[in-house]
Design a protein around this ligand. Sequence first.
Ligand SMILES: C[S@@+](CC[C@H](N)C(=O)[O-])C[C@H]1O[C@@H](n2cnc3c(N)ncnc32)[C@H](O)[C@@H]1O
Length: 233
Amino acid sequence: MTNQVKSKKRVADHGEVFTAEREVKAMCDLVKDECERIDSRFLEPACGNGNFLAEILSRKLAVCKRLYKKYIPDYEKYTFLAVSSIYGVELLADNAAECRERLYGIWEKEYKAVCKAEQNEDMRKSIRYLLQKNILCGNALSLMQVDEQGNDTYQYITFCEWSFVSGSLVKRRDFRLDVLLRENEDNAMQFSLFADSADSSEFWDYDAATKAYIPKPIKEYKPIDYRRIWENE
Ligand SMILES: C[S@@+](CC[C@H](N)C(=O)[O-])C[C@H]1O[C@@H](n2cnc3c(N)ncnc32)[C@H](O)[C@@H]1O
């Protein structure tokens, strides 16, 4: 069992007490089907060193192995999908880095075991890039990115949506987390009063049919092979 506390100071300063494995597993069991759906999106707003995200990734990768281990291109693609749908925000830089390393380690161990001679470095680079983009140092209360000391910067937390468009091509769209979290009409209207711009159309498209506000991406990228996503930067 891993230690649940790093230091008394960190507990006092940041409420840093990690969840024990038994509780993590029991809580994931409550949403067992979602944890086993490869493309199911999870965001943990105070993810620490990734106890929950590691368990979720392990469960998704077990499904990838069971369904796709006989055909490596499919196995690679579905493990990409599994990693790309896991997101975390963490205040402390060392925890966020530990979380990325841990998720990478879980993915790589499985990758080596399943793909053997068919492993490739582009796939490794892609998964590292995904984790760099999906596990962010931020303040889950202010929804701003933080610096190495955990202080808010002036940059919003921004997440990438990764979606396969055809074959091996994946499309990246970047969204501000504060916009995603205010996606209903009332919140969207309210948000526009406080936003940098008074014009809420900068952040949402209004869908008259469903009378819903749909968050707009702040940036879209051209579709690219999932093994070369870093080239779009
Ligand atoms: C109780 S621990 C839980 C960690 C992890 N979720 C787990 O269950 O093992 C809370 C975590 O939230 C982080 N944290 C505290 N305030 C935060 C904030 N405003 N935004 C993001 N993370 C925060 C701490 O650094 C710590 O890693």
